[in-house]
Design a protein around this ligand. Structure first.
Ligand SMILES: [Zn+2]
Length: 302
């Protein structure tokens, strides 16, 4: 049996997995943010409660492991940030530990059990609190040993002129230190910033999406600009990777009309023409982090 965790800045979600399809999810517990000993104890309590012997721990986390130094960047959990997290947890827990980025877990979950089944090249995308991505080719996660592949959310690439008619946008500052990242511009918070800039109105991303679906003009303008900015880089990624399906997870993917609009604009911009949906809502909507961690955990043979 594998124990899977989906670790965020607020909560640790755990699950006992007999296979990727047989997952028993557990009540969530608060994430200890500053005390590594307390963090290990929280994981250990769940592992010790497993009904069968545990052979491995597989973790989905909103962070990236540097493939050379093996140190993790996870700004919202200070007691983990900068640690050689796999080695430290293996020593503390006494068993193999696999750590994967949440977008990589989404991509693997969609490849194994969701919208990516049967596709050779799957680019899983997160559009939500942040903008991320993970690439699976022939069933293999490109980031299986850590690394930054698929991180299309960072880099100063957001269009500064967007929408119909075109409007000039500021280069929004990003948490990574750069300006004009997609993460800062077309994430849920980015949508709110675009709306504030264009319409001088404070609305949550849920309210903007809902108002757009009702045809409200201000929200319609914001979504026009946001989808225009999103579609170009995503089409370029599809040209570059050869992905034939792009399952989307994260908060913004809960609006099927929004994903359908992004899909329409992306397919206008890709070199290969697809006569079927290409950018689609992910199907693993219940705990994709835990499902992806399980798929990855069971794919390890070492
Ligand atoms: Zn950035």
């Amino acid at each position: 049996m594998i124990v899977c965790f989906d670790i965020g800045g607020t909560a640790i979600k755990g699950a006992y997995a007999k296979s990727p399809e047989e997952i028993e999810t557990l009540p969530r517990v608060a994430t200890p943010l500053t005390d590594f000993g307390a963090f290990v104890a929280a994981l250990k309590a769940i592992i010790d409660g497993a009904p069968e012997p545990v052979t491995r721990v597989s973790i989905s986390i909103t962070g990236v492991i540097d493939p050379e130094s093996r140190k993790i960047t996870v700004a919202n959990i200070p007691c983990l940030h900068g640690r050689q997290i796999e080695a430290d947890l293996e020593a503390a827990l006494g068993m193999p530990v696999l750590i994967s980025n949440d977008a990589d877990c989404l991509a693997m979950a969609e490849y194994g059990l969701g919208a990516g089944r049967g596709h050779r090249v799957v680019f899983g995308v997160i559009l939500g609190t942040g903008v991320g991505g993970g690439l699976v080719v022939d069933g293999r996660l490109i980031n299986s040993d850590g690394g930054f592949a698929g991180e299309w959310g960072h880099g100063p690439v957001s269009a500064r002129f967007a929408g119909t008619p075109e409007v000039e946008l500021p280069a929004f500052a990003c948490g990574c230190g750069l300006k004009g990242c997609l993460d800062a511009t077309v994430s849920a918070r980015g949508m709110e910033k675009i709306h504030r800039f264009l319409c001088a109105e404070e609305k949550s991303s849920e309210e903007i999406t809902e108002a757009w679906q009702q045809g409200e003009p201000k929200a319609t303008r914001t979504i026009d600009v946001l989808t225009d900015i999103t579609a170009g880089p995503l089409a370029m990624l599809i040209n570059t990777t050869g992905a034939t399906i792009v399952p989307v997870g994260g908060g913004l993917s809960r609006s099927a009309p929004l994903i359908a609009e992004i899909d329409r604009l992306v397919r206008e911009r890709t070199l290969k023409k697809f006569d079927r949906p290409l950018v689609v809502p992910g199907l693993c909507t219940i705990e994709p982090g835990l499902v992806g961690a399980a798929v990855l955990g069971f794919s390890r043979r070492d």
